[in-house]
Design a protein. Structure first.
Length: 480
């Protein structure tokens, strides 16, 4: 514990939803829910307006729609969220070299290490300046907690929400924590909370009064000792600037169970390409390829294969993922697929061809000898999956001579960015029965007009997100 509140915790307010409201003027002050939109979708973030209806993160989207039927339901736009996060994290690194990001919208900062705060007065002034800088740079609000430890700084930022700042003076920790629910403390989830409730312990003060010996008896030594120390406000963990990534993975949940083996192979190869893109983006390579399959009955299987050296080559990852898939029975249907890479390194094995031939299956989790039955094309370019091959070696029907296949219908997910040749930038409000409805507005404009087009309108194209502040364009959308 420090004698001064020089550990800062920043938590952006309803981050994904706030970004959507900032970029879509017609949604400001309205209920916005960001997450999966299909029947198996889950809420990622809900705006404070939506939370009044009982909507919260990790809730099934179908349940959220029942609670808040008039809310705006949007797909996540992670590329924009990362851009905004980069701006925020850069502001934090101006304060100190010790910044510990926890997610895109949350981080600890050691203000003392940066020489910007040594006591309560300078810490509060730094926190207020940070909030103002974030608002100026992004148009968004963040909540700030200041304390002598990481745990208390995080508690303070949660209490300060939304758009506030709370400083916990050293020496007042126990008094502040005592009336709070035990669920306030890190490591106390629903199961532990219920176990403590049955023992008559519901507040942090009651947790402290129970004593270390009683908590060890109830919860075991490691958990009991840790909770007792936190109940007293004791936390000596330092702010760690670099948190080493242990794995990189991507996964998709499907609205309808997949049964077609060729479609499943295609999805695995697509996920492998996305995983490599994320792997390269983090500046890593990896040695172990992991396939995750959740079947129709919710049983989840993982299979892994360790290569002779680390790689960030998409062809190698695709081939390994295809081999792993051959060892999984998908007859009853698949509801989720995922591809990941572990054993990360900062370099890449040069002999990629050798490692793809000499893969070492991880014991019972390996894929067996059916290597490459759905092999990738080996072109080494990220995002270019090879044509799937049936077990008999015959190519899919698309390669057979005859009439050309019709172009697939263009999909316009709600919330995605578009640009029209006449009306300029906008976003999709909804689509169906061959039509797509677009609202033409942009950050900095007023609420825009809504227009409807055919889904195959040649003048309407997907677009990249516009920045929230600064470089947005004022074109036809602003005048619509």
């Amino acid at each position: 514990m420090r004698a001064a509140p020089t550990i800062l915790h920043l938590d952006m307010d309803a981050f994904y939803a706030s970004v959507e409201q900032a970029s879509k003027p017609s949604l400001r002050g309205k209920a916005v829910i960001v997450g999966g939109l299909g029947p198996r979708g889950v809420v990622a973030t809900a705006s404070y307006e939506a939370r009044r209806f009982g909507v919260h993160s990790a809730m099934p989207t179908a349940q959220a729609r029942r609670l808040c039927p008039n809310g705006a339901y949007l797909i996540p736009r992670f590329s924009l969220y990362r851009q905004v996060s980069d701006i925020v994290m850069a502001l934090l690194r101006e304060l100190s070299p010790l910044v510990e990001p926890l997610s895109l919208d949350e981080a600890f900062v050691d203000l003392e290490a940066g020489g910007v705060a040594f006591d309560s007065r300078t810490a509060r002034a730094t926190g207020e300046r940070l909030r103002a800088d974030i608002r100026a740079a992004t148009g968004l609000s963040g909540s700030v907690g200041l304390a002598g430890s990481k745990m208390l700084a995080k508690v303070a930022s949660e209490e300060a929400k939304p758009a506030g700042l709370l400083l916990i003076e050293p020496g007042t920790e126990r008094e502040l924590l005592a009336p709070m629910s035990v669920r306030t403390l890190p490591g106390v989830g629903p199961a532990t909370g219920e176990h403590l409730r049955r023992a008559g312990i519901t507040t942090v003060g009651e947790l402290a009064e129970a004593g270390e010996d009683e908590l060890v008896r109830m919860l075991g030594r490691a958990h009991g000792v840790g909770l007792y120390r936190m109940a007293l406000g004791l936390d000596d963990r330092p702010v760690v600037a670099e948190r080493d990534a242990k794995s990189v993975s991507v996964e998709d949940t499907f609205d309808v169970d997949l049964h077609d083996r060729v479609r499943i192979r295609n999805e695995v190869q697509r996920l492998a390409d996305r995983c490599v893109q994320r792997l390269r983006g983090s500046g890593h390579s990896g040695r172990t390829i992991v396939l995750k399959v959740r079947r129709y009955d919710f049983s989840t299987l993982t299979r892994s294969e360790t290569l002779r050296g680390p790689t960030d080559d998409p062809a190698v990852v695709r081939e390994a993922a295809a081999r792993l898939l051959e060892g999984v029975d998908t007859t009853g249907g698949v509801r989720l697929l995922g591809v990941g890479v572990t054993g990360l390194a900062d370099y890449t094995q040069e002999d990629l061809f050798a490692q793809s031939l000499a893969a070492e299956p991880d014991g019972a989790e390996g894929a067996g000898e059916a290597a490459g039955a759905a092999g990738a094309g080996g072109n080494g370019e990220s995002g270019a999956a090879a044509a799937p091959v049936e077990a008999s070696g015959a190519r899919v029907a698309a390669e057979q001579p005859g009439e050309p296949e019709p172009a697939p219908e263009r999909r316009w997910p709600a919330g995605s960015d578009v640009r029209h040749a006449v009306y300029g930038p906008g976003w999709v409000q909804g689509s169906g029965v061959g039509r797509v409805t677009v609202r033409f507005e942009q950050p900095g404009s007023g609420p825009g007009r809504v227009r409807t087009f055919r889904v195959d309108d040649p003048e309407l194209e997907p677009s990249d997100p516009l920045p929230l502040v600064g470089d947005g364009e004022q074109g036809p959308a602003g005048a619509a």
